[in-house]
Design a protein around this ligand. Structure first.
Ligand SMILES: Cc1ncc(C[n+]2csc(CCOP(=O)(O)OP(=O)(O)O)c2C)c(N)n1
Ligand SMILES: [Mg+2]
Length: 568
């Protein structure tokens, strides 16, 4: 309760700082360890969403950070709450998303005794969060929270963890507020841009690869104009397809898992790679085989907002320490050569992309997930959003869905199962007018499926499409490649997902034939309820291009074996 003697509790000071820094949504699972902060939410304009599991609360916060560029916020309780939330912290780290997790802590007078649920947060999150701290003195809340917002956003964005001793939150204090933060822009130097222009003028086969965070709708549009003026082929890296309009005449495709072989050859054979915002991790490089390490076979221009990422794996010919937002704005001033040596290549690359993604591949069984993705791409609006977690089912999204607008694909580059559903809830909260479709695997969905209760409680009518193959399919695929026929721990006995949705108060439908999907989807939209469309997928339909039997046969014939294959 607010007093009128000029003092506030630590909890009140904290929630006031969040409002000052522009926070509108917070996700939590409550705990007695931060009651004084919860109490301050009571009279605040910030919308607080209470979740059923901390992993969902943390992933919802991460999704807000990923898509808005401003820290997503979650509150969780001590040891068990923080441990449950840790998957979200890892996603924010690998996906370079700004996020702040506030976590309760035992009273200051009990620390170091292993008091109830006590955790040493600096030790536990030290290597995964960008910064971890504990606030001992409520007078320092404005300073440390301001630092948290700046740290989460500046350079390469990432997660911050702040522990809050419960007696510190309850202490009364008179302290001035901080002022609102703004992320610090990182501009390329004019000399960088003129070196880049010279490199482009000297190139015969350039290609741009884009990824990472610190993009915006304006930056994507600026890059589109630059690509068009230079007739430059542009490919997106793993799960960053939304950074470039798939129907832009320069779009060359997705360099994620199982890319178009023609695109792979194009990148390998390029004499200049312009890498903007991304880090070229294991997925986008097909297991670090795309570019030689540390000296790439071609000239590499690496543009990244985090200085520490430049030269970390690849030695760039030209390193530009800049955020994609600022860099793409600066691209407007670059002039193409009079004669573009690679004229026609963007058109060829785009034609290759369209051909590769045009038609769903044939699949065993009654439901072809590829045809469903093609239907969704033709029937959803460009601003509607697709979310997903991890599993082979995502392969059909990467291959067949065509993202047109910024932040319309919300998925973990870190490959964390369970992400898609909470991300969908966060997107519905941010964009109630858009359709939000979560494509999930049967394994994937049930990792955070308990928060279907949250969808119903807050009336968030997202549509979940569960691709049920009765398998941890990705692992089964790797198992058949490396240990053919030796099936262990990859088979699943699933619930009736439509009944599951209805038991929570949502809508559910079972689809056993591809042709029945549009009607089920229309019905889900019409009910206005959180919905699950349960797709019965033949387990043999293990990936866009392979069957289990085919993989096993190949492995037994000696074509497979214990090769290092890509993970998902
Ligand atoms: C949190 C987490 N646990 C485990 C894994 C390892 N893993 C990757 S994909 C996968 C199976 C996914 O199964 P499902 O969601 O049913 O999709 P499918 O591959 O069958 O299409 C597993 C267990 C992971 N990526 N993330
Ligand atoms: Mg599955």
């Amino acid at each position: 309760m607010r007093s009128n003697d000029g003092t506030r509790t630590g909890g009140e000071v904290l929630i006031d700082q969040l409002a000052i820094h522009g926070v509108r949504h917070v996700f939590c699972v409550p705990g007695e360890s931060y009651l004084a902060a919860l109490d301050a939410f009571h009279d605040s304009k910030i919308a607080l969403t209470v979740c059923r599991h901390e992993s969902a609360a943390a992933m919802m916060a991460e999704a807000v950070g990923k898509t808005t560029g401003r820290p997503g916020i979650c509150f969780v309780t001590r040891g068990p709450g923080a441990a449950n939330a840790s998957a979200g912290i890892h996603i924010a780290r690998q996906d370079s998303s700004p996020m702040i997790m506030f976590v309760g802590q035992v009273g200051r007078d009990m620390r170091e005794r292993e008091a109830f649920q006590e955790l040493d947060y600096r030790a536990v999150f030290g290597s995964v969060a960008k910064w971890t701290t504990e606030i001992d003195d409520p007078a320092r809340i404005p300073e440390l929270v301001s630092r948290a917002f700046h740290t989460a956003c500046n350079g390469r964005p990432g997660p911050v963890v702040i522990a809050l001793p419960e007696d510190m939150l309850a202490e009364r204090i008179a302290v001035p507020d901080a002022t609102a933060f703004e992320p610090v822009e990182t501009w390329p130097a004019p000399a960088d841009m003129s070196r880049l222009q010279k490199l482009l003028w000297a190139s015969k086969r350039p290609v741009a690869l884009i990824g990472g965070s610190r993009w915006s709708e304006a930056a994507c549009a600026a890059l589109g104009r630059f690509a068009e003026r230079f007739a430059l082929p542009v490919a997106t890296t793993f799960r960053r397809g939304y950074l470039f309009d798939a129907l832009h005449p320069c779009y060359a495709g997705d360099m994620g898992i199982g890319p178009n072989p023609k695109l792979l050859a194009r990148v390998k054979g390029a004499d200049l790679v312009l890498l903007i915002g991304g880090r070229l991790g294991e997925m986008s490089t097909q297991g670090y085989t795309l570019l030689d390490i540390p000296e790439p076979q071609m000239k590499l221009v690496h543009v990244h907002p985090g200085a520490e990422e430049l030269g970390r794996v690849y030695h760039p010919h030209l390193a530009i320490n800049a955020a994609p937002t600022a860099f793409c704005a600066a691209l407007e001033a670059l002039q193409p050569p009079n004669e573009i040596a690679w004229q026609g290549e963007a058109a060829t690359a785009h034609a290759d992309y369209l051909a590769w993604t045009e038609k769903a591949t044939p699949q065993p069984g009654g439901v072809n997930l590829g045809e469903i993705l093609v239907w969704l791409r033709e029937n959803l609006a460009p601003e509607d959003i697709i979310t997903n977690g991890a599993g082979n089912f995502a392969g059909w999204i990467h291959r067949f869905y065509r993202f047109r607008k910024f932040a319309t694909h919300v998925a973990p580059t870190s490959g964390s199962m369970g992400y898609g559903f909470p991300a969908a809830l966060a997107m519905k909260i941010l964009h109630p007018e858009r359709k939000i479709v979560c494509i999930a695997g049967d394994g994937d969905f049930l990792m955070t499926g308990q928060d279907f209760a949250t969808a119903v409680q807050y009336k968030l009518p997202v549509i979940v499409v569960v691709a049920d193959n009765g398998l941890y399919g990705t692992i089964r695929m790797h198992q058949e490649r490396d240990y053919p026929g030796r099936v262990v721990a990859t088979e699943l006995k699933n619930p009736d997902f439509a009944a599951y949705a209805m038991a929570f108060g949502g809508y559910g439908a079972l689809v056993e034939k591809t042709a029945d999907f549009p009607a089920a989807f229309a019905q889900a939209v019409a009910t206005g309820k959180p919905s699950i469309i349960h797709l019965k997928i033949d387990p043999e339909a293990i990936s866009v291009a392979a069957t289990i039997a085919g993989i096993r046969e190949k492995s037994l014939a000696g074509g497979g074996g214990k090769s290092r294959t890509h993970r998902n």
